[in-house]
Design a protein around this ligand. Structure first.
Ligand code: SAM
Length: 202
């Protein structure tokens, strides 16, 4: 699903710096939940609405998606949702150790070609960074519609220090903690299976 470029997105982001956060801000938060590749912000905003005392931060590198998320945050006056319009690859190394409560990856780009394997957000180098930035007992929750990405991720996890809590090839969507992202809603409407993995830092 390609997102059509919206010319208003960058000016909107420039006008609403109050809903964005820097790495310094991030590293000053005592407790926060992080979504990488937050798309148009459906999941981020739904979680922030559901848990008003928890802080949710989305990282998104596509300007239109970031602009749409910013608009949702502003319109819903969500004080506990923040956005970083940046490539996760650049920002992850700057995040301090043991700082993230829970990390969410929702329907990450599958990068199906073998030569693009390192770009997948569950490849070895990303898992290493996630492990480092998560708090002790912190969780990584990953959902996808893509069986190849699910299997690839399980292979990567085997060689990581994470404890595998759950690998569900047909997630029913009934975890009361959870919310649906835009992609999840689309795939569920088509009755496609949703795969889910939960990992914990030891
Ligand atoms: C397939 S979409 C899924 C969007 C959303 N999570 C959902 O489930 O509806 C993947 C999103 O991740 C973003 N993304 C991919 N790699 C990224 C990276 N390295 N840093 C930040 N965002 C990234 C893309 O721009 C895109 O918006």
């Amino acid at each position: 699903m390609r997102t059509k470029f919206k010319a208003w997105a960058q000016p909107f982001l420039d006008e609403h710096l109050e809903i964005q956060c820097s790495v310094e801000d991030l590293n000053s938060y005592p407790r926060y939940y992080l979504e990488i590749g937050s798309g148009k912000g459906q999941f981020l905003c739904a979680m922030a609405l559901k848990y008003p005392t928890k802080l949710f931060v989305g990282i998104e590198r596509n300007v239109t998606c970031a602009g749409i998320t910013a608009k949702k945050i502003v319109e819903n006056q969500l004080e506990n949702a923040k956005l970083m319009f940046v490539d996760a690859e650049k920002v992850l190394p700057l995040i301090k150790d043991n700082s993230v409560e829970t990390l969410f990856l929702n329907f990450s780009d599958p990068w199906p070609k073998k030569r693009h394997g390192k770009k997948r957000l569950t490849s070895e180098k990303f898992l290493k960074e996630y492990y480092r930035i998560l708090k002790e007992k912190g969780r990584l929750i990953f959902k996808t519609d893509n069986e190849q990405l699910f299997n690839f991720s399980l292979e990567m996890i085997e060689n990581s220090p994470f404890e595998l809590i759950l690998a569900d090839p047909n997630y029913d969507g009934l975890d009361s903690f959870d919310e649906m992202s835009e992609y999840e809603r689309n795939f569920r409407q088509q009755n496609l299976p949703i795969y889910r993995i939960i990992l914990e830092k030891l």
